[in-house]
Design a protein around this ligand. Structure first.
Ligand code: ADE
Length: 228
């Protein structure tokens, strides 16, 4: 997979992809993440990429020309399956969307800033608008980092133990059960006996019960999507 991120604050994205699982996925050649500075496509020597909104009102709007220039250039180089725009009025991102995107080849992710982008960018270029929650961030960069992390870890061979993505919260519409590691007892707090028993089938049964209990207590809304 190749992900091209378009932003006018590339420094915000210097760190999230350079550690841990995402860094390893790039080193293994499974994913290539390229951050583009929108200002390199500015309309003038002042590096201008935004302007006041027609009709007035506070806040600057990202212009269509710099965005069109870079998206047209990228699309002339390879085919992209989705051109994603990060915006609080987009479709709420969830594990199902992460699963679907993880199967695609090339993605463009456009980060909004200020008051957003000229509406014509959305009409002409964008195929998918995503929000990571009902709150407003200063820009789409952190939201882009969130979705790219969630997607990349699902690509086969990114996680060394593939089953660990399959047992994540939400993968089967249930929250994940509690986990424990050594010591078996800490200041009187004991790890559930069953987990020390070595009885795999019983452990699986316990984990399923705990996942169901946790989901019922914390996120009963998820159970409406769950097929027993
Ligand atoms: N940009 C600003 N807020 C956002 C959000 N909640 N999700 C995605 N992009 C955003």
């Amino acid at each position: 997979m190749r992900v091209d991120i378009i932003t006018c604050v590339p420094k915000l994205l210097e760190s999230p992809f350079n550690h841990s699982i995402l860094l390893r996925a790039q080193h293994k050649g499974i994913v290539e993440i390229v951050v583009h500075d929108l200002r390199d496509y500015a309309i003038n020597n002042h590096k201008q990429v935004d302007d006041y909104a027609f009709g007035g009102g506070a806040g600057m709007v990202l212009m269509i020309e710099p965005i069109a220039k870079i998206i047209n250039q990228l699309q002339s180089e390879r085919a992209y399956q989705e051109v994603i725009y990060m915006t609080p009025d987009g479709k709420l991102f969830d594990q199902k969307t992460a699963n679907r995107l993880s199967l695609l080849g090339n993605l463009i992710v456009l980060c909004g800033h200020y008051k957003g982008v000229d509406e014509r960018v959305r009409e002409r270029f964008i195929t998918l608008e995503l929000s990571i929650g009902d709150y407003v961030l200063s820009g789409g960069e952190l939201a882009a980092a969130v979705i790219i992390d969630a997607v990349v870890r699902l690509i086969p061979n990114v996680l060394s133990d593939e089953t660990s993505a399959l047992t994540d919260s939400f993968q089967d519409s249930l929250l994940a059960p509690p986990v424990y590691t050594r010591p078996a007892e800490y200041e009187g707090m004991k790890v559930p006996e069953i987990l020390l028993s070595g009885h795999e089938a019983k452990i699986e049964e316990w984990r399923f019960e705990q996942a169901l209990k946790r989901t019922t207590e914390r996120r009963p809304d998820l159970l409406t999507n769950y097929d027993i």
